[in-house]
Ligand binder design. Sequence first.
Ligand SMILES: Cc1cc2nc3c(=O)[nH]c(=O)nc-3n(C[C@H](O)[C@H](O)[C@H](O)COP(=O)(O)OP(=O)(O)OC[C@H]3O[C@@H](n4cnc5c(N)ncnc54)[C@H](O)[C@@H]3O)c2cc1C
Length: 313
Amino acid sequence: MAIEKKFQQNVPLASLTTFKIGGPAKLFFQAAPPADLVEAVAWAKQAGEKYFILGGGSNLLVSDKGFDGLVIKNLSDSIEWQDSEAKVEAGAVLARLVVEAADKGLSGLEWAAGIPGTVGGAVRGNAGAYGSSIQHNIKTVAVLDPETNNVTDYTPDECKFAYRHSIFKEKKLIALSAVMKFTPTRPEEIRRAMAGNLAERAKIHAVKPNAGSVFKNFLSSDLKDANPELLKEAEKEGVIRGGRVSAGWVISRLGFRGKRVGGAMISEEHGNFIVNTGNATAEDVLVLMSLVKQKVRVEYNLQLVNEIEYLDY
Ligand SMILES: Cc1cc2nc3c(=O)[nH]c(=O)nc-3n(C[C@H](O)[C@H](O)[C@H](O)COP(=O)(O)OP(=O)(O)OC[C@H]3O[C@@H](n4cnc5c(N)ncnc54)[C@H](O)[C@@H]3O)c2cc1C
């Protein structure tokens, strides 16, 4: 059957995101196996339709009008283990991989316990926490280049991983699967590390729908130039990790926790989370983000950079 016959029309996206915000996709396709995703992308290019690959929707703000194109929800999620490696399809839920690795006594993803979303989304954003990130687990990534329709294996160097960044963002490449490597360790040790990280998260995670950190943390070197006084404060308060100053700490200092615009609110638990208190629109979130950015710029001479992605109409 021609692939476009399998597309649905006018499908609400809000429930497919952790923010629970946003309008419908004009066209929507649940893609599995990976060959279907490849075909759907090729169709969109040939038909002149915009397309968007949706993973777990956990780093995403969808516009109130929705998306005037094809949303491809990646449902390819097989995980095949061989010794201390796994071949993981990009639609696999990261949390499932974390648990399977722990059960097998394979260390490497303990930091990821509690991070929602898929492996593909994590690779694209080089998701990380507690000084680690997914780049350290990657052996190769099978990459679809939508320009050529070719699939090639990329090494970690070729993926150009950096803080919450990769070549996938620069070139709009698509991760189809990844070979990931782990280190054999006693399962009790892995479980202890995971429990510690989950307990840390429980202290800061908002209960209401959100999309994780809204802004990237600052480089310490940025503060050194822009606001050395604030850098000293950050050192004193111990809010620098891996050369980065917590954006949530900076935002909280300005009294933003609990600040609302419409149904969007800066979390009371974490200055860098915006929560949907029930009826937030994307517009509410965008206005709140821009208020925060403006105040941080005026008060501290610092420019916040978005970590969440905005899917515009
Ligand atoms: C409570 C909470 C806590 C969080 N904590 C963290 C944290 O500690 N560290 C952290 O890094 N993030 C964190 N996040 C953010 C988020 O979970 C991660 O960024 C996650 O990796 C996004 O994956 P996803 O599948 O949900 O991506 P989506 O939100 O679905 O998509 C994000 C982007 O990735 C693209 N994408 C999806 N799949 C692919 C693919 N196969 N190939 C290419 N591009 C693709 C999409 O097109 C989009 O551009 C948190 C989020 C929440 C809600």
